[in-house]
Design a protein around this ligand. Structure first.
Ligand SMILES: Cc1cc2nc3c(=O)[nH]c(=O)nc-3n(C[C@H](O)[C@H](O)[C@H](O)COP(=O)(O)OP(=O)(O)OC[C@H]3O[C@@H](n4cnc5c(N)ncnc54)[C@H](O)[C@@H]3O)c2cc1C
Length: 490
């Protein structure tokens, strides 16, 4: 009996699926085109500086813990976690910022100072958010392979119909007047890739992830999670190949029978692709593709990003580990991402300085800065544009921190649309896949199993449940469960 499973890509969904399948006895090989593992969560090191190239916010620690527990392990067997305090700092202007602390009680005090009566509103909002989290993450997430609309209907969701019709923006605006508080409460759904006005109110569970569960940091950075999952996979027998590009998938009679890697053909009995969905389908003959170019072009894509990895030869004062720079018009920037895609004039941006909490990520007395400007997919990308935006954000950072920084930069590396396309085969250079709008939720997302090729499966941020590291880990479990159920005869 041949049980050779090839998994394309080494993002979190692939790593997760590889462990679950290896655990039940499949021979699993993970094939990654790049020279290191982790997909969008790769690590980059230069001159004593260490950067996580993609994800940096460790939210929903219960999902990570549950993954390791499924293998009779504990997360703490692999890496240490620290709860950040402040969780993050939000800048609204010079000498105008709010630090979000590490417990709901402390956050309520901050809210009350900003707007009288808002702590009571916040408690109400968070009670609902927690209830949604319990339903979404504890009840539904692991039971929704996106096959049928009935997956969404449970005894608990029946009472939540209104929260699928209403949206986050409307719910936030019912309770809060301060533009600062509204921006803070609308920020978590940016992780889902759409505007708050286009995200069902049910997704307020992200606010519970933020204020209720808190922001955590693996001791050596997010890459700790990648290394740990690889280590677990290896202990279960998973093989990992790097510098290995999948050139095509060969199908006979609607079944995959071979995969071509770096020009060499390998027999296989099943493929999962954790690479971007449209790219994977381009590896098949036209007749075996389920979704047309038109289908992909009509989707609401989560943003792309302009990223900078920067080494400073001094410490950056007045910033926290995670920082949101909301000192420009949030609304205008969101319109330029989603409604009329173009380079925005005054971008909001995000920056982290992990060397503040872990000095090992930068040389002594230096700081590593990761900067992210969310942008629409498919935008024109060239060096001049990148440099122009770098100058904009560094000047803003100098103004907001009151410190000269530009002359202290000892190196900078940028990453944008062209790199997302080239390095990850990402559609339109998307950073986070498909947004979680109402029309792109659950069974309305691209399917985990191909309708046209029997033994071809998909995982990752374009499938269920959606964008983000915790959903990618869950997606790996969902696809593995589906395979174990469907492919008993392999
Ligand atoms: C800049 C950035 C910041 C983010 N921040 C956060 C955050 O703070 N918190 C959070 O939870 N999430 C965050 N995310 C989202 C999160 O990183 C992703 O949702 C998740 O990592 C996606 O995992 P995935 O399994 O879909 O695979 P991916 O990470 O997309 O990996 C797919 C892999 O497939 C490989 N591949 C593609 N084509 C081929 C081929 N032909 N042959 C071989 N290999 C191939 C690619 O090289 C890639 O390694 C961020 C993402 C980005 C880009």
């Amino acid at each position: 009996m041949n049980k050779n499973v090839f998994i394309i890509g080494s993002g979190f969904s692939s790593l997760s699926a590889s462990c679950y399948l290896a655990k039940v006895g499949y021979n699993v090989t993970v094939i990654e085109k790049n020279s290191s593992l982790g997909g969008r969560a790769r690590q980059f090191k230069k001159d004593g500086f260490t950067f996580d190239m993609g994800p940096s916010w460790y939210w929903m620690p219960d999902v990570f813990d549950r993954f390791f527990e499924d293998f009779n392990k504990s997360r703490s067997d692999f890496y240490e976690l620290e709860k950040l305090n402040p969780a993050y700092k939000v800048f609204f202007g010079k000498n105008d910022s709010i630090s979000i602390e590490d417990s709901l009680d402390k956050i309520k005090e901050i809210f009350e100072k900003e707007e009288k009566g808002s702590s009571v509103q916040l408690q109400k909002f968070m009670d609902e958010a927690k209830n949604n989290y319990d339903i979404a993450v504890k009840d539904m997430l692991y039971k929704m392979p996106g096959i049928s609309p009935l997956e969404l209907i449970t005894k608990k969701t029946i009472f939540k119909v209104k929260s699928f019709i209403s949206n986050i923006r409307r719910e936030v605006r019912k309770g809060f007047k301060s533009h600062r508080l509204k921006a803070i409460l609308e920020f978590p759904v940016l992780f889902l890739g759409a505007k708050a006005s286009n995200t069902p109110a049910f997704y307020s569970f992200m606010n519970y992830a933020d204020f209720g569960l808190g922001t955590w940091q693996p001791k050596n950075g997010f890459f700790d999670v990648v290394s740990s999952m690889v280590k677990l996979g290896e202990s279960l027998g998973v093989k990992f190949l790097i510098n290995s590009n999948v050139d095509s998938i060969e199908v006979t009679n609607n079944e995959v029978d071979a995969i071509v890697i770096n020009g060499i053909k390998h027999d296989c009995s099943l493929i999962i692709s954790g690479a971007d969905y449209a790219h994977t389908e381009s590896l098949l003959d036209q007749k075996y593709r389920q979704y047309s170019d038109k289908y992909w072009s009509k989707k609401t894509w989560a943003p792309s990003s302009l990223l900078f990895y920067v080494g400073f030869n001094k410490k950056v004062p007045n910033v926290a580990h995670h920082n949101l720079f909301f000192d420009t018009d949030f609304e205008k920037h969101a319109q330029d991402i989603y409604d009329h895609p173009k380079w925005t004039k005054d971008p909001l941006f995000y920056a982290n300085f992990t060397s503040i909490t872990n000095p090992n990520t930068a040389p002594k007395d230096c700081e590593n800065g990761f900067f992210l400007i969310p942008i629409a997919t498919n935008l024109e990308d060239n060096e001049d544009i990148r440099n122009k935006y770098f100058d904009i954000i560094i000047e803003r950072l100098e103004k907001l921190t009151g410190e000269k920084l530009k002359k202290h930069i000892i190196f900078k590396k940028s990453f944008c649309v062209n790199d997302f396309e080239k390095e990850y085969n990402s559609y339109g250079g998307n950073a986070y896949g498909l947004a979680n709008t109402l029309m792109q939720t659950a069974f309305l997302r691209p399917k985990l199993r191909s309708r046209k090729v029997k033994n071809l499966y998909f995982s990752g941020q374009l499938t269920v449940p959606g964008p983000g590291v915790p959903p990618a880990i869950v997606s790996g479990k969902l696809v593995a469960d589906l395979i174990i159920k469907n492919e008993k005869n392999i």
